[in-house]
Design a protein. Structure first.
Length: 341
């Protein structure tokens, strides 16, 4: 086991604490001292995060109705108990080891947090300020595609509890986002969307109950508001689902870019998806965008972790020239945004 693998659970615990999940923070720290549970989680496919898969496997079985005292600690299941959930968690895994193991070994992490659309909305508004042409949107790693419909959601931005900006407050789903810093992020103009397509290695079929429940299981169980938000976003998506192509995004992207109508602008974007890419894959993505940008402007809107912060950035490739702007810092789940551009 290398140093990176040894740090996996403590790193996830820190992330869970930072993102407001004391349940997963405490469970991660306890699992870090449990070799048997760590070994089970290590059966995940190469490149898949161990913690996410083990936790989601357990949550999935509980959401499917599996009875166990662990349910009392999961707010998404109506549980209200606090305190040390680890003995119940370990007992549940032991009692259902074969089912948990099968899920860990065969599933992938494809979390789809609709609230990230609050961050995207600001990024696309910044793009529309400098690019008047209609946009052809290509999302890399859209999972179920809930951030492909970012413009169907209402949004409410608050600072210190007071509403400072609002969009479509009567929409079926209104996302909430806190504003940090001095600048209210731009929300207008909204670009004209000429088309949208997703490129996803493991697409989620939201019409399938099994896929839908796995997506729901990836929500952290002491954050029931996220599960409610997810269910509403799924209902909106299913009313008019955009196209998602199944396959390796880097293999699909060059042809998709080549097919874009010449009169439209093109924007490739992603939200916390490229972290699963190797350095070579990230370099290949940049090369694909640069090549496509030789004949037309190609925009790249990225919301990813840069080893320090979750950063929203906008880059333009055109005729071998690259212009890039760091737009904002934001919370990974879209809970707040700090506009910097």
């Amino acid at each position: 086991m290398n140093d990176s693998e040894k740090a996996t659970w403590r790193r996830f615990a820190a992330e869970a604490g930072h993102l407001g999940s004391p349940l997963y923070e405490s469970l991660s720290l306890a699992i870090d001292d449990d070799p048997a549970l760590k070994a089970l989680a290590a059966g995940a496919r190469p490149g898949q995060p161990h913690a996410n898969l083990l936790f989601a496997a357990v949550h999935f079985l509980l959401l499917r109705g599996m009875p166990h005292p662990l349910r009392n600690f999961y707010a998404t299941l109506g549980g209200t108990e606090r305190g040390n959930a680890f003995p119940a968690f370990r007992d549940f895994v032991a009692a259902h080891r074969d089912q948990v193991t099968a899920l860990v070994e065969t599933r992938v992490t494809n979390t789809n947090e609709a609230a990230r659309s609050c961050v995207l909305r600001a990024g696309f508004a910044a793009l529309a300020e400098v690019e008047p042409a209609p946009l052809q949107l290509i999302e890399i790693g859209p999972s179920a595609g809930l951030n492909m419909i970012w413009d169907r959601y209402g949004m409410r931005y608050r600072r210190d509890g007071a509403v400072v900006a609002e969009i479509a407050p009567d929409a079926p789903l209104v996302l909430e986002c806190d504003v940090r810093g001095e600048i209210i992020p731009p929300l207008w103009p909204q670009p004209v969307i000429a088309g949208r397509i997703g490129l996803e290695l493991h697409p989620v079929n939201l019409s399938d109950a099994d896929d839908r429940d796995w997506l729901r299981a990836l929500v952290w169980p002491d954050q029931p508001q996220r599960l409610e938000r997810l269910d509403r976003a799924i209902a909106l998506f299913l009313k008019a689902p955009p196209e998602i192509l199944s396959g390796d995004a880097l293999a699909l992207l060059p042809e998709v870019l080549a097919q874009m109508p010449p009169q439209d602008a093109v924007c490739v974007y992603h939200t916390i998806a490229v972290y699963q890419f190797s350095d070579a894959m990230k370099a290949e993505l940049t090369a694909i965008l640069a090549t496509a940008g030789l004949s037309r402007p190609v925009w790249h809107l990225s919301f990813e972790f840069d080893e320090t912060d979750y950063v929203l950035s906008l880059t333009r490739h055109h005729q071998s020239q690259v212009m890039s702007r760091r737009l904002a810092l934001a919370q990974a789940h879209g809970g707040w945004i700090d506009w910097r551009a």
